[in-house]
Design a protein around this ligand. Structure first.
Ligand code: F6R
Length: 610
């Protein structure tokens, strides 16, 4: 959700900033801009559209100094246009600022500043901040202090980077609630919302904490709290390689990530599965082991795709460990004054580890003294750092805006967790071994699905002009129906609903006619017979049935218009397989409709605003 980058060092500035923005473009892509120095003056270039549009107007532009900032935007305040694009500058171009986040009290501050004679040209909250800094600068004559004073006045979230003509050799950055990483190179420093913009230059990073500032010059960096106490942050080494954030011959990141799933599931399992003991080793949970053993209830909170994974987690934990589980959207949890007991444990799931609502849910639960455990992908992200313990899903960077490999890795980790909890409770070793063995077989079965995608592509083409889709599943595959519908909506813009199959007759059945494709997730399990009846009900109303089934399902072969086969596995593991054809169905539909698959309209990868 907006990507910012700042650089100070010796490299040629404009292409470096543009490449950094391109690497973070999945965070926001409605406009982009950059500020550099030319002959002592700040020069800002910004443009509605993609980073490539900004590149087109800046590729001849040379900087006369070695410091600059840039931004790719996902609009919150004000339309995406050239004026609202970042950086935002003071009226006389003394300070230039890029911002990711939302300044909640910007309207009242703007009012006051207007009364004092300051003028504004954009509709953004960010312009208010840069003008406020200028106002303080006029009193204190020190840019660092001016930033500090301004940040103390604002409410909301920010990751900022700024340059000024007052101290042109300094780059100042600060954060509260929005991610910001410092890259520590040789004679160069970077600041960015995302490691993807940094790893080309250095793997040594400092994760800035909330209410911290960084003051960077060409040969030094200092971090301080916003209240001016110096801090000593550990330097971490990133374990990401450049090829992980490149397309590697695939047409889209989403397709690459779908194809990575047999590897990413293997990575989620690696070193954790003790097949002969029918058990699991989760080092990240060691210090909360007793808490988990005594947990009377588990609450899982998350957003979007991660929420759908949480729903599968509910089924898994209740079935294997018999611990009651509640799942709630993080955005509801945070504002609902949730009742939490001493022996509750809260799990949060987040690919990015930066989702604002999920982060706020972590705070809410921690404020109430509850143990909070993260299931996170991005190492060093805010949620990974603020939770009491955690399990990384190890899916590697996910760039496609529509989440795919993170979902199956989340499901894999949730299965490990349920097995771990089950074995702590009453799950037998025999049952544990069966699950562990089957889990280790999944990567092979994922590979099989990915080897025959032609049929899915054909189905996608056939129904790509549909205006609506219905996704139905039961039990473990009900959340998969939600996820399938979400994928299709996000990238093809076709309206899709996911429902528990049996709920169809309580309302959605009214929608079914010969134009309605209905996707049934119907692997062979204990409720398979029930789902067959639901298929009959759709057929009786002339709906078109696409069924995800276990290999050699002769019954469904006769009933459905199309069947897509997955290999047989334990019912509790089917979601990890059954979701993959749905990801592909969404992908090929969007491709047929010529949508911008990796950057669907209105979306951004990491939702760091409320
Ligand atoms: C859907 C998608 C979003 C995210 C949601 C939560 O494809 O990507 O729904 O799942 O924004 O994001 P994380 O998991 O980063 O907290």
């Amino acid at each position: 959700m907006c990507g910012i980058i700042g650089y100070i060092g010796n490299k040629t500035l404009t292409p470096l900033l543009i490449t950094g923005l391109k690497r973070m473009e999945y965070r926001g892509y409605d406009s982009a801009g950059l500020s550099i120095f030319q002959e002592g003056a700040i020069k800002t270039y910004k443009k509605k559209g993609r980073v490539a549009d900004l590149e087109a107007i800046t590729n001849e532009v040379e900087s006369t100094s070695n410091v600059g900032i840039a931004h790719t935007r996902w609009a919150t305040h004000g339309f995406p246009n050239d004026i609202n694009a970042h950086p935002h500058n003071t009226a006389n171009n003394t300070i230039s600022l890029v911002h990711n986040g939302i300044i909640e009290n910007y309207a009242s501050i703007k009012q006051k500043l207007i009364q004092e004679g300051y003028q504004f040209i954009s509709d953004t909250d960010t312009e208010v901040l840069v003008v406020l800094i200028e106002r303080f600068y006029n009193n204190v004559n020190d840019i660092e202090n001016a930033v500090r004073l301004a940040l103390n006045e604002i409410r909301g979230t920010f990751g900022i980077a700024l340059i000024s003509i007052y101290e042109p050799d300094k780059l100042i950055a600060a954060r509260r609630g929005s991610p910001l990483i410092l890259g520590i190179g040789e004679d160069e420093y970077l600041v960015a919302s995302d490691a993807a913009a940094i790893i080309e230059h250095t793997k040594n990073v400092v994760f800035l904490n909330d209410d911290e500032m960084a003051i960077l010059t060409k040969d030094s960096f200092i971090t301080k709290t916003i209240s001016n106490v110096q801090t000593n942050n550990e330097i971490h080494t990133l374990e990401i390689e450049l090829e992980q954030i490149e397309k590697g011959g695939f047409e889209h990141f989403m397709l690459k990530e779908i194809y990575e799933q047999s590897t990413t599931i293997t990575d989620a399992i690696r070193g954790r599965l003790l097949i002969d003991e029918g058990n699991v080793k989760l080092g990240g949970l060691r210090q909360v082991q007793d808490k988990l053993r005594n947990a009377k209830r588990i609450i899982i909170t998350a957003c979007g795709t991660s929420y759908n994974a949480a729903l599968v987690g509910e089924y898994l934990i209740e079935q294997l460990a018999h611990i009651p589980v509640e799942v709630e959207y993080a955005s509801e949890f945070r504002y609902r004054s949730p009742i939490l007991y001493e022996d509750d444990v809260v799990f949060v799931i987040s690919q990015s580890g930066e989702t604002a609502d999920t982060l706020a849910a972590v705070q809410e639960a921690k404020n109430r003294g509850t143990t909070v455990i993260g299931i996170v992908n991005v190492v060093g992200s805010s949620i990974a750092r603020y939770t009491d313990a955690g399990i990384y899903i190890h899916a590697g960077p996910e760039i496609g805006v529509a989440s795919t490999k993170a979902f199956t890795s989340q499901l894999t980790v949730l299965t490990l967790l349920a097995l771990y909890l089950g074995r702590m409770k009453n799950l037998s070793i025999v049952e544990g071994i069966k699950i562990a063995r089957e889990l280790s077989e999944l990567p092979k079965k994922v590979e099989e699905i990915l080897q025959s995608t032609d049929k899915i592509e054909k189905i996608a083409k056939e129904y790509s002009s549909s205006r609506n889709y219905l996704y139905l599943g039961r039990g473990f595959n009900y959340p998969v129906a939600l996820e399938g519908a979400l994928k299709l909506k996000e990238i093809s813009y076709i309206h899709a609903e996911g429902y528990p199959a049996a709920e169809m007759k309580h309302g959605p059945i009214a929608l079914i006619d010969e134009n309605m494709p209905v996707v049934f997730i119907a692997p062979k399990d204990e409720i398979y017979e029930k789902i067959l009846s639901n298929v009959e009900e759709v057929r009786a109303r002339k709906g078109k049935v696409i069924a995800i089934v276990t290999k050699n399902d002769n019954q469904m072969n006769h009933l459905a218009d199309h069947v897509i086969e997955i290999s047989e596995t334990l019912p509790i593991l089917t979601p990890i397989l059954s979701v993959i054809p749905l990801q592909l169905l969404a992908y090929f539909t969007a491709k047929e409709l010529k949508r911008d698959i990796d950057k669907p309209r209105n979306l951004a990868k990491s939702v760091t605003v409320e």
